[in-house]
Design a protein around this ligand. Structure first.
Ligand SMILES: *Cc1c(COP(=O)(O)O)cnc(C)c1O
Length: 490
């Protein structure tokens, strides 16, 4: 394909008088008939005028500029960009699911409700929880829902002074944001140098004004928090509840369950751990699980199985209310159910250990050339603090951009904020040893280049369709139409 030509902006390909179709003049009234004069536009819309082959090639060209899990290795830490099996898409697209109306009577949607209920039971088993709601639309939405459950619990006991949430400084940014949206004050506790929670500092922050403590395990630097039982005891003695951010449950699959560790409320990101394509930041689903005794606070409606084997929707008086119009992002739920059922118990039990093995393999293969600030066995992901040799001036951003030249998506960069040059790698369990070895070779080559030809790395990428967009200007003066762009250029 002539990328240079077809990759131009569609308005640049426009030629006066070109068109891709012609409608017959069949005497029908014009579409404007009956629309009041005041609402009619004065001028024709400024649309590009192109023939059909040009527009088809233009859009196909654009579609191949995209990077996705289906085109290459995508080690984006914290995002779990694992391969999404295609069977999930087929299940989600089955007409008997896809053609349902969200408001049709429950009696006519028994299969869909069974799917919801089966997934809800599977997640309860996987998380060690009593019950899940699948209604929240994303991880962050799940956090908000979980915190609202916690508020509803404290309120139900007349315990109104609990207005604070303790969050470790390494937490995902959505944790403090969700707490704020839930109307709670955030208290941050620092991490220890090895990246784990400072339990002494946590104990000090606990009192009868704390509603909840939010933890991520394995934490944001990929380290397993081994002192959870002790933390859970302290939190419960203070009358607070313990919240588990299970967005990245991947390494725990088949190994450990948050419910068994003493967590009271948790969310899971189905789009990460249970495989839905989410390269655009979505679509998502953030189911929330609760331990026994908290079920009544879950959002309305809930799906229950009646004694006669049929399914129904119920509302609870003590519920926090509704957090979504219906039962959440059903197509993502179906993909998760398909993923869980096709892997089965045995397959799921392998996912966590293999994700952990892959991450440690990559870490150990690169640690001589990249700075490893936390030298421990990691779980599904780990963080380098840039190149080991800082004298070349080559930064994490440069390394990330150079990886694009080699056909790899960059790892997560400059997060977590605990280190200046964070480079956060999550290979996931779906990658073969050959893929990991090829990635390791490229990372080693970039480190060598940084020492011998640093400018080549600093000026990367050299081979991508878009090279050096100005991130700052793009944010400060976004040009969202071609006409803004043309005006700015003239
Ligand atoms: C991705 C992620 C979230 C937020 O999930 P969204 O679906 O993007 O809202 C929360 N916590 C952690 C640890 C995450 O990795």
């Amino acid at each position: 394909m002539n990328r240079e030509y077809y990759g131009k902006l569609i308005f640049e390909l426009s030629r006066e008088g070109r068109r891709g179709f012609k409608l017959p003049d069949n005497g029908c009234p014009t579409p404007a008939a009956g629309i009041p004069q005041a609402l009619l536009r004065d001028n024709e819309p400024e649309l590009p005028k192109v023939d059909e082959p040009t527009i088809v090639r233009h859009y196909n060209n654009m579609s191949t500029n995209n990077f996705g899990v289906d085109t290459g290795f995508y080690p984006l830490g914290s995002c779990t960009m694992k391969y999404n099996p295609k069977i999930n898409e087929e299940v989600a697209a089955l007409p008997s699911f896809a053609a349902l109306h969200p408001y049709q009577p429950a009696e006519t949607a028994q299969g869909a409700l069974e799917a919801y209920h089966t997934l809800q039971r599977a997640l309860s088993e996987i998380g060690g929880m009593s019950e899940f709601t699948l209604n929240p639309f994303a991880g962050a939405h799940g956090e908000l829902t979980g915190l609202m459950v916690i508020r509803a619990y404290h309120d139900s006991r007349g315990d109104y002074k609990r207005t604070k949430v303790i969050v470790p400084d390494s937490a995902h940014g959505t944790n403090p944001a969700s707490a704020a949206v839930a109307g709670l004050k955030v208290v941050e506790v620092k991490s220890l140098p090895d990246g784990t929670v400072d339990v002494a500092a946590l104990r000090e922050a606990l009192d009868d004004t704390v509603a909840a403590v939010m933890l991520t395990n394995p934490n944001t630097v990929g380290i397993f928090e081994s002192r959870i039982p002790e933390i859970a005891q302290a939190v419960h003695e203070a009358g607070a509840l313990l919240y588990y951010d299970g967005a990245n449950l991947n390494p725990m699959l088949g190994v450990a369950r948050p419910g068994d560790m003493g967590f009271d409320v948790m969310h899971i990101n189905l789009h990460k751990t249970f495989s839905t394509p989410h390269g655009g930041g979505g679509p998502g689903s953030g189911p929330v699980g609760v331990r026994k005794g908290l079920e009544e606070f879950l959002p309305n409606p809930r799906v229950i199985k009646r004694d006669d084997g049929t399914y129904a929707l119920t509302d609870s008086e003590t519920s926090l209310g509704s957090i979504s119009a219906t039962l959440g992002n059903f197509a993502v739920q179906l993909r998760a159910l398909s993923y869980i059922l096709s892997l089965g118990r045995e397959g799921l039990k392998l996912a966590g250990p293999l994700a952990t093995l892959n991450a440690n393999y990559v870490k150990e293969s690169l640690r001589d050339l990249y700075e490893l600030p936390i030298d421990r066995v990691c779980k599904h992901e780990f963080v380098f603090d840039g190149l080991a040799d800082k004298s070349t001036g080559v930064t994490t951003l440069n390394v990330a951009k150079r990886l694009l030249d080699h056909g790899y998506h960059a790892p997560t960069i400059y997060f977590p904020l605990l280190f200046h040059e964070s480079l956060m790698i999550e290979p996931t369990e779906t990658e073969s040893k050959e893929t990991l070895d090829a990635f390791i070779d490229v990372m080693r080559e970039i480190a060598r280049e940084a020492a011998t030809e640093p400018d080549k790395v600093k000026n990367a990428p050299h081979h991508t369709p878009v090279r050096h967009p100005d991130d700052t200007q793009a944010a400060l003066t976004p040009m969202v139409t071609y006409f803004d762009l043309k005006a700015a250029q003239s």
